[in-house]
Ligand binder design. Structure first.
Ligand code: S3P
Length: 419
């Protein structure tokens, strides 16, 4: 069995959330193609509709009726952010200056994730917020006038950076966010393409209060690099594979996983690169490869945070030791992804050891396969789905449907590539 042929991935999840939210502030109708079809992006779409934004789908293209500087109406219901940290945190920033009262809720996982990282800077801008234990959902927001902020993030987080910049679009003055390391810059790229006064100087981003609506856009969302990463890992691990992934987003702030697997000895090449409204897109070709262990350092983490479960898996098949450090943020994702990967892979016979801020792996080891505890986390399910391609027994999931969060049809698409 090998993975052969070519596929396209669903649209990028991070960019899809942003495209829906930012076009709500547009001066007319925006047309968005290839939005991510998963449950998280639908959650953002429903939250915006609940706040009065007109969103319609026609022949696979989503039309957003921008409402200009003051587009939001009092929502009828609580904003249920489901499983989506990006919906939760970016919507808090987006709505903080608008004269509406909003209750934010989420599912079991989201209700355990820290919101004080957004709550605190927004309060410093004058936002009126109250959260359960000053940290968790459910959270109440009463929008009111904000003033600008100069904020130094304690850790690199694109969600927190974006929330502050979105609040800054309606705050009096110039809002600046400084990050200790680079994080994904989709917010900066898209706001620039839509005409916001935004200035990036290294790890410092400044945005000025909007004095006119953002320009409506026609935008085709690139394929999701984080979704591509599962197929990259699969093709590297399954012998005799040769796989092409078309139109994958290769924004430089997203592809540290590509560099990491190349350092491990993975044969991954990039072709047909082009840039559209600030976002680079390319085709990737992956051939199965013999891998060796690597050391992933704290400053690399932000740009491969969502792909770290796959680094753990690849490391179990790589010659020598792999060390991942400085990745404590992984513990507050949809699940504690350090514990989740260590539990599953060590249960399958891997030599993987938990550290407070990451993991160490000694490879290569055979994987037994069998039971998978997904912790209802899409990226854990998909990582173990890939592991199941090379294990003795197939993977048996407690909740395979959790992949619907970012990639509905993931298992069928994977099966279709197997020859
Ligand atoms: C995201 C940023 C990252 C990432 C998440 C999506 C975004 O989170 O893990 O899946 O769209 O901005 P943090 O900003 O909390 O690191």
């Amino acid at each position: 069995m090998a993975l052969l042929g070519e596929i396209t991935l669903p649209g990028d999840k991070s960019i899809s959330h942003r495209a829906l939210m930012f076009t709500a502030l547009g001066d007319g109708v925006s047309r968005l193609e290839n939005l991510n079809p998963g449950a998280d992006v639908k959650t953002t779409q429903n939250a915006l509709i609940n706040c009065g934004i007109g969103i319609e789908e026609k022949a696979g293209v989503v039309h957003v009726q921008g409402g200009g500087l003051r587009p939001f109406k009092q929502p009828e219901y609580a904003l249920n952010c489901g499983n989506s940290g990006t919906t939760a945190r970016l919507m808090m920033g987006l709505l903080a200056a608008h004269p509406i009262h909003v209750q934010f809720t989420g599912d079991h996982s989201l209700s355990k994730r820290p919101m004080d990282r957004v709550f605190r800077p927004l309060q410093q801008m004058g936002a009126n917020l109250s959260a359960t234990q000053r940290k968790y959902f459910p959270l109440m927001l009463s929008g009111r006038d904000l003033w600008a902020l100069d904020y130094e993030l304690p850790y690199a987080s694109a969600q927190v950076k974006s929330a502050i910049l979105l609040a800054g679009l309606h705050a009096k003055g110039e809002t600046t966010v400084k990050s200790p390391a680079f994080s994904r810059d989709h917010t900066e790229q898209m706001l620039k393409a839509m005409g916001a006064k935004i200035n990036v100087k290294g790890r410092e981003v400044t945005v000025k209060k909007l004095i006119k609506p953002l320009s409506a856009i026609d935008f085709v969302v690139p394929g999701d690099f984080s979704a591509a990463a599962f197929f990259i890992a699969a093709a590297l691990l399954v012998p005799e594979s040769d796989l092409i992934l078309r139109n994958v987003g290769v924004n430089p702030t997203r592809i540290a996983f590509l560099h990491a697997v190349q350092e491990m000895g993975g044969d991954v090449s990039i072709a047909n690169k082009k840039v559209h409204q600030g976002e680079a897109v390319a085709d990737l070709r992956i051939k199965s490869s013999k891998l060796k262990g690597i050391h992933v350092y704290p400053e690399q983490i932000a740009n491969l945070i969502d792909e770290l479960p796959l680094i753990a898996l690849l490391a179990t098949q790589a010659e020598g030791e792999t060390v991942v450090e400085g990745a404590e943020e992984l513990r507050v994702k949809e699940s504690d992804r350090i514990a989740a990967m260590v539990t599953n892979l060590s249960g399958w016979g891997a030599k993987i050891f938990e550290r407070p801020d990451g993991f160490n792996v000694e490879g290569p080891t055979a994987l037994s396969g069998g039971k998978v505890t997904t912790f209802d986390d899409h990226r854990i399910a998909m990582s173990l789905g890939i592991a199941g391609l090379i294990s003795r027994e197939p993977a048996r999931f407690d909740n395979p449907d959790c992949v619907e969060i970012s990639h509905p049809g993931f298992f069928d698409e994977l099966r279709a590539l197997m020859n």
